[in-house]
Design a binder for this molecule. Sequence first.
Ligand code: KIV
Length: 263
Amino acid sequence: MLKINYKKLLIKKNKVPITCLTAYSKPLANILDGKVDLILIGDSLGTTLYGMKNTRSVTLEMMKNHGKAVVMNTKSSMTIIDMPYNTYRNKKEALKNALDILSFTKADFIKIETDKKNIDIVKYLTKNKIKVVSHIGVTPQKFSDFNKIKSVGKNTKDANNLLTLAKKLQDAGSKLIVLECINLHTSKKITNNLSIPTIGIGASKYCDGQVLVIDDILNLNPNTKKPKFIKNYYNIEKNIIKAVNSFAKEVKNKNFPSKKYSY
Ligand code: KIV
């Protein structure tokens, strides 16, 4: 299968919705490759894989190692990797860490959580030939407690501020913009006013594409409280329990390993 490229993503805007899911490991990269346009190595791995309370303790080393495993096993989809918390506080720091993460992983894009204070960083990274995905609306790195997260862009002032920010980020060179937990009218307005694609998460069908955390759609973390925008497509927990119970039963009954599985 041919690799998707940025030109093809741009052509999809306003025509065919762009698909994106997270992956943090080789097996999931292999499964997702070519079935979605974009694979995101998100810093959500901190909470979903490592059981952290928020994404602030995710390190550059963690992102590099998971990123490399995913990119090495992705041939057709494009890859986006998150810059973790406190790794892009100023232009120089952002460039040094973006180059480090991209040279190690070979991902196609880096993603940073953006507000009006770091538009210059997007501009600087772009000037240095780094492909940047901006992330606006609810930006999880701002929250130490995810229970405090609420959707944004509901009133006119907030909607206009988000639209202005999105336009500035586009002008600064962002290749894509992730809109998280943004009111549907505001997402629609932002999407219609940009020439680059928007990828929504809890930001309505009016975005040019959608992203979700794969663990959430598979119900891999059944005991965590999920936001409204998550749709569960498959109950993998139920099937893992079935397999584990069968294994335990066969071991206890001495039915496993049988001759077939012995040397
Ligand atoms: O880290 C992540 O998985 C993300 C998505 C939720 C967009 O940033």
